[in-house]
Design a protein around this ligand. Structure first.
Ligand SMILES: NC(=O)C1=CN([C@@H]2O[C@H](COP(=O)(O)OP(=O)(O)OC[C@H]3O[C@@H](n4cnc5c(N)ncnc54)[C@H](OP(=O)(O)O)[C@@H]3O)[C@@H](O)[C@H]2O)C=CC1
Ligand SMILES: Cc1cn([C@H]2C[C@H](O)[C@@H](COP(=O)(O)OP(=O)(O)O[C@H]3O[C@@H](C)C(=O)[C@@H](O)[C@H]3O)O2)c(=O)[nH]c1=O
Ligand SMILES: [Mg+2]
Length: 285
């Protein structure tokens, strides 16, 4: 099977390349090879390669910056997806689109199911919701949340940097979600592809955390691995005390039971995967 992966240098793009099944012939493209803001280039590329499958792991992921760059975020997160869908319709290829918990408003008292109503609070969330709407009838959409990978741009590496630089950290304790290791997400995407799944599926690591809980765990695990020299106080705060340009959901857990049911497997707790990610991060040096 011929597979095109976009976002080759991103967290998920890398993980997808590392875990591609042997029967998949993967072409992975970065921004220099295919700029997603150029819709004509996207269509031309797909028409030339004629992939059986396109996994779109590229996205504009700077949540706060998107508030002042929504047209650019929309071009990458939605218009490019429409161009992919249009070209794949002509070449009879399938599309896998990756989306986010930030399409929800976080006001639900329970974990979001795939068919729950969306109500994004941020420009990033709006552009990702528009991307979901652009995929065409036969696509697979995989929503995930709080993704991290060694070497990537993520909360874990931000915390490691700040914990080395500062004498204390204040982290919001009233935004609840589920951290997710890119490697497990990639395995789930390949598993859903193998099952020829269509429609919307959810994948996060098992368990629940606030960003504050996540930060505390990051410090504890990094200290245990010798990645930090000393412990600093990590102080739980309210969202109101950490103003950001983008609004974020308060409770954005994703109900992953349909995915687990289809794949017949379980997920690993986020803390176990955090430890695995940190070991890889340490090995990168
Ligand atoms: N990170 C997270 O916490 C979450 C991510 N998601 C979704 O998962 C998917 C994968 O995210 P993740 O791997 O973490 O994201 P990353 O930010 O790690 O990677 C995004 C990739 O997209 C590329 N990209 C951005 N703009 C363009 C462009 N104009 N043309 C071509 N490539 C471009 C980036 O290239 P470059 O390096 O050159 O900028 C980068 O390789 C995305 O759909 C994201 O929305 C969902 C939930 C949580
Ligand atoms: C650095 C820092 C952040 N925070 C807060 C801000 C925010 O509410 C929360 C997380 O911050 P970040 O900016 O790292 O996370 P953010 O980039 O918003 O993460 C999101 O990215 C997009 C791509 C997604 O799709 C989401 O699932 C989610 O992973 O932590 C603190 O409270 N203290 C701090 O020192
Ligand atoms: Mg971020």
């Amino acid at each position: 099977m011929k597979v095109l992966v976009t976002g080759a240098t991103g967290q998920l793009g890398r993980a997808l390349q590392q875990s591609a099944p042997p029967d998949c012939d993967v072409t992975a493209v970065d921004r220099a090879e295919l700029d997603l803001t150029d819709g004509a280039a996207v269509r031309t590329f797909v028409h030339a390669l004629k992939p059986d499958l396109l996994i779109n792991a590229a996205a504009y992921t700077a949540v706060d910056r998107a508030e002042s760059e929504e047209p650019l975020a929309h071009a990458v997160n939605a218009a490019a997806v429409a161009a992919m869908a249009e070209a794949l319709k002509a070449t009879s290829g399938r599309l896998v689109q990756v989306s986010t918990d930030f399409v929800f408003d976080g006001a639900s008292p329970r974990a979001y199911r795939p068919d729950d109503a969306r109500n994004p609070l941020s420009a990033y969330g709006r552009t990702k919701a528009a991307g979901e709407d652009a995929v065409g009838p036969d696509a697979l959409i995989v929503r995930t949340a709080w993704v991290h990978a060694a070497g990537g741009s993520n909360f874990v590496r931000t915390m490691l940097r700040l914990m080395a630089e500062r004498d204390e950290l204040r982290v919001v304790a009233d935004q609840i979600g589920a951290p997710t290791w890119a490697s497990g997400l990639a395995a789930t995407i390949w598993g859903l592809v193998a099952k020829d799944a269509r429609g919307i599926f959810h994948h996060t690591d098992a368990g629940v955390a606030s960003w504050y809980d996540f930060a505390v765990a990051i410090q504890e695990e990094a200290l245990a691995l010798g990645m930090l020299g000393r412990a600093i106080p990590v102080i739980p705060i309210a969202t109101a005390d950490y103003p950001t340009p983008a609004r974020r959901p308060a409770l954005s857990l994703l109900d992953c039971s349909a995915t687990r049911g289809l794949l017949g497997d379980g997920t690993t707790h986020w803390r176990t995967n955090l430890r695995a990610m940190l070991k890889e991060e340490q090995a990168l040096g």
